[in-house]
Design a protein around this ligand. Structure first.
Ligand code: FMN
Length: 306
């Protein structure tokens, strides 16, 4: 009898939403002949709060964006030759969450991932393009080979989730606004993760190679082209202000706090004025931008495709 195929699944979830996504993904792989699944929950040395206090939430962005995360406890992972690794992560400030970045930066992670096919499973509000670019560099630094990406986003659209998601993160209540839809990923989308787990199980059992075709034509990673330019602008702003805030913090924590307050006010003003204006400009420029947007959309949807 040939040895079982081993799948390692790594994740970090604050509210349990991403854990449910992971659970649904791995359900079809569990109790299957010839497949062993090992699931690991990454634990920060010092837990991040939930719900988030207002200032703590915003003060977390500079280090998150610059991939300088708070440390995590080295996970106890059996030293096996895994056939595939699933990295399930949430997005924080257009970047992978700090605990997942910290895990991917631990020296011992390279031994686990080097030369291995990796699948990313993202559960976030709806802005994941820039985070996945950073994930690609973190995976490449570990010698891993990205073969698939599955993305599940919040049920209510961009406009509603713009207030419902922060309200959830800052109060802990999914239904903070009684007249708006609940924050978070919808039940149907959470359950849909099992479709991808089933495909992985079938592929492993058929003995076919694990490669980029694994989740093709399954609607794994849908790209909202309307968010491409907003993400680019947001990422640039976070990068520059993040650098400034970290430098200010080296001078004095008070200076960092004052600048952070300025940035939060600036950010809110920007969102209320420039964002609707730029949406209008983008709408007018869409015919000119279309070929470029289509190319970017295709690029971001890889390797699994829409
Ligand atoms: C500090 C922080 C920043 C976040 N930034 C983003 C973001 O930039 N884009 C996005 O789509 N979701 C963002 N989210 C939402 C998360 O990706 C995720 O949907 C939510 O935190 C629930 O994840 P959980 O399973 O860890 O509870 C952010 C959440 C937190 C806590």
């Amino acid at each position: 009898m040939s040895a079982a195929q081993k799948i390692l699944v790594v994740h970090y979830s604050q509210t349990g939403q991403l854990s449910r996504l992971v659970q649904n993904f791995i359900a079809p792989l569990q109790n299957q002949d010839g497949i062993d699944v090992h699931t690991v929950n990454i634990e920060p040395c010092e837990a991040f709060p939930f719900p988030w206090p207002f200032w703590r939430f915003f003060d977390t962005f500079p280090e998150t964006v610059h991939l300088k995360p708070k440390p995590v406890i080295a996970p106890d992972i059996p030293d096996e030759d895994y056939d595939a690794v699933v990295i399930a992560y949430t997005v924080w400030f257009l970047s992978p969450s700090q605990p997942i970045t910290a895990f991917l930066q631990q020296p011992q992670t390279r031994a686990l991932l080097n030369g291995k096919p990796v699948i990313t499973l993202i559960g976030c509000r709806n802005m994941w393009l820039n985070a996945q670019e950073k994930m690609k560099t973190l995976l490449a630094a570990n010698g891993a080979h990205l073969i698939g990406n599955i993305v599940k986003t919040d049920a209510c659209g961009t406009a509603a989730s713009f207030v419902t998601t922060p309200a959830w993160l800052l109060t802990g209540e999914r239904q903070y606004f009684k007249n708006l839809p609940a924050a978070g990923i919808g039940e149907a989308e959470l359950s849909d993760a099992s479709r991808f787990g089933r495909k992985l199980a079938e592929t492993l059992q058929s003995g076919a190679a694990l490669d980029e075709t694994l989740f093709r034509n399954m609607g794994a990673a849908k790209v909202d082209e309307k968010l491409i330019l907003s993400e680019q602008a947001g990422a640039r702003s976070f990068f520059l202000w993040g650098k400034l805030l970290m430098a200010a913090g080296n001078v004095s924590p008070l200076l960092r706090r004052v600048l952070l307050a300025v940035y939060v006010v600036f950010l809110i003003a920007l969102i209320l004025t420039v964002v609707p204006l730029s949406a209008l400009v983008k709408m007018l420029l869409r015919p000119v931008l279309r070929p470029w947007l289509e190319r970017r959309k295709h690029y971001y949807s890889l390797p699994s495709g829409e």
